[in-house]
Design a protein around this ligand. Sequence first.
Ligand code: SAH
Length: 208
Amino acid sequence: MDIAADREMLLSRLIGEGYLKSERVIQAFRQVPREEFVSASDRNFAYADYPLQIGHGQTISAPHMVAIMTELLKPRSRNNVLEIGSGSGYQGAILSKLVNHVYTIEIETELVMSAKNNLERTGCKNVHVMVGDGSKGYEPGTPYDKIIVTCATPEIFQAWKEQVKEGGIILAPVGGFYHQELILLHKTKDGFKQENHGGCIFVPLRQG
Ligand code: SAH
């Protein structure tokens, strides 16, 4: 099986379907080996466009969802980004190719270990993985240009609103257990402006 060919096939599909748009994001998808972020038994499905189990009831998001979120984030090389929900580390790895620094926080200790491992193995050096409850954000890395939430959240928490820069954005799936709306908030000097980017399904945020 030719994994590089599988990766290119997925890329063509995500480009054709309009999920991948910008050259930098396409290059990042090309550079990150998704097979290193899935469980060994799922390696053959690493380039299928659906979520996969990564243990502890959690999933690595489907590639098209990672593409949608990464494009909406408009990552810039000088950006400092906070991700809530490291999971496998894959979204963090994609962002690591596009921004200056990624802080990613994960509540499940064992997933923190595997995310760190995956990121180290794939040479992503500008990603800092922390264990903790991301609903409180992560103060030491503030202020952030962008905050990306990759678990379903009932609300946009105050800590995120405070920890993002003016001119920055928060991107999060907001809603209940079975359905969320992908919400993008722009922080302006007059408050937050909201865009809605459609329905999605993520595993829920847990507060600890
Ligand atoms: N971005 C990940 C997928 C995330 S799945 C990837 O690329 O693989 C959602 C993750 O959010 C799960 O790993 C879950 O344990 C984590 N999570 C849930 N509640 C959290 C919280 N309060 N703080 C940090 N992480 C949380």
